[in-house]
Design a protein around this ligand. Structure first.
Ligand code: ADP
Ligand code: MG
Ligand code: MG
Length: 206
């Protein structure tokens, strides 16, 4: 049962990695407008590393160990602000899953929320600061509200959250330096979260 779960998780992770590689030009373009233009490259480097180690990762005995494996890869390969935050998100998820009795939807929702909480704790961003938290927190809330059926709602919430950042003047991270120039452009990190969640839903619901 645990092995089937690792396989399912690997299917999702590999699809997300492929989607991130495909989105590199778009994310680079957005980060060029409001940041330093490296988000697409940073995330694609991590995604490529995950794909090149896909077989090795699939050999991990448990879901938790799989997540820690991906976390290690992202910490090493993804630079910038995103690398450490993505890495800690996955570690927090693994920690939360380690204590479970079963792998039901509610547990996965709780693990996702634990990951979001860790990012907020480490990065200090709250919703409204125009960061990836503007996509992550609404998605976590949607999942917690309806763990079994909330994935579609989480995708929509993340999308809306990412879009909402276009109206904001960023107050945290590199985008804050460009100030008014960022108004009208969505936060690239939030857009990246929304597209990854959409890919997760596509694979899970297939
Ligand atoms: P860098 O700015 O170091 O080049 P990246 O390009 O890897 O970082 O990532 C930029 C993204 O990181 C932003 O679009 C934003 O979503 C996210 N971000 C920046 N600062 C924070 C923070 N304090 N907490 C959470 N996310 C953040
Ligand atoms: Mg950047
Ligand atoms: Mg950078």
């Amino acid at each position: 049962e645990r092995e089937a779960e690792v396989d399912m998780l690997a299917d999702v992770a590999e699809a997300v990695a492929a989607a991130v590689v495909a989105a590199e030009p778009h994310l680079t373009d957005l980060d060029r407008k409001v940041g330093d233009g490296d988000l697409g490259t940073n995330l694609a480097r991590g995604a490529t590393a995950v794909l090149s180690r896909a077989a090795l990762l699939r050999g991990r005995p448990t879901t938790e160990r799989y997540l820690v494996g991906v976390s290690d890869i992202l910490r090493r390969e993804v630079g910038g602000t995103s690398g450490p935050l993505y890495s800690m998100f996955l570690l927090a998820m693994a920690e939360r899953l380690r204590d479970r009795s079963e792998a039901d939807a509610a547990t996965w929702s709780a693990a996702f929320s634990a990951g979001v909480a860790r990012i907020r704790e480490v990065g200090g961003a709250a919703p409204g600061d125009s960061t990836m938290v503007d996509a992550l927190q609404p998605a976590a809330d949607a999942l917690q509200a309806a763990p079994g059926t909330g994935l579609r709602a989480a995708v929509a919430a993340a999308h809306d959250g990412a879009e909402s950042t276009a109206a904001l003047r960023p107050s945290l991270g590199r985008s804050s330096y460009v100030g008014e120039r960022a108004v009208g452009v969505p936060d690239p990190g939030a857009v990246a979260i929304a597209l990854q969640l959409a890919e997760i839903a596509r694979v899970v619901e297939a």
